[in-house]
Design a protein around this ligand. Structure first.
Ligand SMILES: Nc1ncnc2c1ncn2[C@@H]1O[C@H](COP(=O)(O)OP(=O)(O)OP(=O)(O)O)[C@@H](O)[C@H]1O
Length: 247
């Protein structure tokens, strides 16, 4: 069953075509990897799909809602882990989760229980009452991962999930994402990390110049190297932002 779908999305900033006919679908139970060079349009697509940005044209559907027409409904139903955003500096993780829990309509006991499980899973129990301003980058990332899953959404949009995390925590997050998708949820992950995409994704889409230029399922990837596919597709599309490799 399709959980996330985008059809022919277009979005222009001045003379930059951030999205130029982007179409993608993610089924329930899929961990879909969005791979592409800098400026390819991955974040812009995720912003449209999560009701943060209106496209110039095209349509989108997420868990039965239309993020372009009913962004509040969409945002209430999905989890979002944006790239390089920190939790509020003036709150502790516990206070931040209480806040997120209220916005998401969770009761206090559920928030406390889930927050504790996450703090144990990612190893920051000792920091739950420390101001977020005083957490390391990696600890802040752990808090951001937690908030995305706090309401156990059926669809999750994640930009660079493993940024700043140590190798042990990276493994835990990877394993969690795989299990989360296996439970029937749809997970869309944007990353530059080809190895991670190859390792955990059930399907990968290669994005360049604001459009999807190739897709591979995990089975197909057993036969070929994702890095080779990536280079071939990006080079043949003449990516606007990627320098040509010499030699
Ligand atoms: N608010 C904005 N104003 C102007 N241009 C923008 C804006 N947001 C994105 N762009 C441009 O749109 C294009 C696509 O950007 P986007 O952030 O979607 O790429 P990305 O694939 O997520 O890149 P990266 O891998 O570097 O994070 C880029 O050329 C970017 O400069």
């Amino acid at each position: 069953m399709t959980a996330i779908s985008a059809t022919d999305l277009r979005k222009t900033y001045g003379d930059v075509r951030a999205l130029d006919g982007m179409s993608v679908e993610v089924e329930r139970g899929e961990l879909y990897g969005f791979l592409g060079p800098n400026g390819a349009g991955k974040t812009t697509t995720m912003e449209v799909l999560t009701g943060q940005l209106r496209p110039d044209s095209g349509s989108a559907a997420v868990l039965g809602t239309d993020p372009t027409e009913e962004p509040v409904e969409t945002r209430a139903r999905v989890g979002i882990l944006p790239e390089q955003l920190s939790p509020p500096s003036f709150l502790t993780p516990r206070e931040y989760f209480d806040f997120v829990g209220r916005v998401r309509g969770l009761d206090d006991d559920t928030v406390a229980e889930r927050a504790e499980t996450w703090a144990e899973r990612l190893g920051y129990t000792a920091k739950v009452d420390t101001l977020c301003a005083d957490l390391s980058r990696g600890q802040q990332q752990k808090v951001m991962v937690t908030q995305a899953f706090l309401h156990e959404p059926d669809a999750v949009f994640i930009d660079e999930p493993l940024a700043n995390l140590d190798p042990i925590v990276q493994e835990r997050v990877k394993r969690f994402l795989v299990e989360y998708a296996e439970r029937g949820n749809a997970v869309l992950v944007s990353t530059h990390n080809v190895e991670v995409a190859e390792d955990i994704c059930t399907r990968v889409g290669i994005v360049t110049n604001g459009t999807l230029v190739a897709e591979r399922s995990a089975d197909e990837l057993g036969e070929e190297s994702l890095l080779d596919v990536f280079f071939e597709e990006v080079e043949s599309a003449g990516s606007r932002d990627t320098p040509v490799l010499e030699g």
